[in-house]
Design a protein around this ligand. Structure first.
Ligand code: 13P
Length: 287
């Protein structure tokens, strides 16, 4: 069933698991992402950047995600990732996205609260969930580089104020992850996550999931991570598979020969991540 982020994270909270939020970069990879969810039997969040949404069309993406969710009988949300522009948020909501992220992490604390609150009021009135961000996540966000020196970790006391004042449904936390980190893995600050989780009741979100060690997943999930973003892993693997296939396939052969292997790789990765995100070895409730 087509769902909101809040509906999916509520389920994740009850089952002490996290929901994989996978960035799609083209329409080709989308059916196999949804088939992966069907085979694992877990809910999925499909997310797009603003640029991908503009490239394909917000309403085209929303129509296809809704159709696939119905077709495969899976719980799926469609989320707009890292939107800083209120027009983009409005376009996504009008087109039928069920969740959006307002990324005010480049603003002052007060401005971030004010704008996120504005977005949350607008989105909630239309039945759409909202993710906010506090602190800065390293790496590259939509071409905006956040260097190691400029990184601001989420402060637990700020997180509490931010959540209370903005009414967000989920909070992206800066705990040492970096967007686009695919050649190495990061050391996530689990003690900081624990402190944030102790004071904040909303579901927490990991960005830069590609660079997170799989061995850290259980502890992250047991400490309130209910949405887990993975993008670069899919992008890099799709591109590598497609490059190899395009290199070998005669130019007059169907494009399927080039694209299907790349999509199958996506399905394999999404299934693998989703299985880990179910947190099967951990108890249903963590004290
Ligand atoms: P990665 O591309 O590093 O996996 O991060 C995805 C993400 O957090 C999207 O917002």
């Amino acid at each position: 069933m087509y769902s909101t982020l809040k509906e999916l994270t509520d389920k994740a909270e009850k089952l002490n698991m996290t929901i994989g939020a996978f960035n799609m970069h083209n329409l080709e990879m989308l059916p196999d992402m949804m088939r992966a969810a069907k085979e694992v039997g877990a809910p999925i969040i499909i997310q797009t950047s603003v640029d991908t949404a503009k490239y394909i069309g917000y309403s085209v993406i929303a129509a296809v995600v809704k159709e696939l969710a119905n077709h495969y009988m899976i719980d799926a949300a469609l989320h707009l990732d890292h939107a800083r522009d209120l027009d983009a948020i409005q376009d996504a909501i009008v087109a039928g996205y069920s969740s959006i992220m307002f990324d005010g992490s480049n603003l002052s604390f007060k401005e971030n609260i004010l704008k996120t609150r504005l977005v949350a009021d607008y989105a909630h009135a239309r039945g759409v969930s909202v993710e906010g961000e506090l602190g800065t996540i390293g790496g590259t966000e939509e071409g905006i580089s956040v260097s190691e020196d400029d990184k601001i970790y989420t402060r637990p006391e700020d997180a509490l104020t931010f959540v209370q004042e903005t009414n967000v449904d989920a909070l992206a936390v800066a705990i040492g992850t970096n967007h686009g980190q695919f050649k190495s893995k990061t050391d996530v600050k689990i003690p900081l996550l624990k402190e944030i989780h102790q004071v904040v009741a909303v579901p927490l979100v990991i960005h830069g999931g590609t660079g997170v060690k799989e061995a850290d997943y259980p502890e992250l999930i047991n400490n309130g991570i209910r949405k887990f973003n993975v993008g670069t892993d899919l992008l890099v693997n799709w591109t590598q598979e497609a490059k190899a296939a395009f290199g070998e396939t005669a130019v007059n052969k169907s494009l399927r020969y080039n694209v299907i292997p790349a999509n199958q790789k996506i399905k394999e990765i999404v299934k693998h991540k989703m299985t880990l995100f179910m947190n099967l070895e951990s108890p249903l409730h963590v004290e």
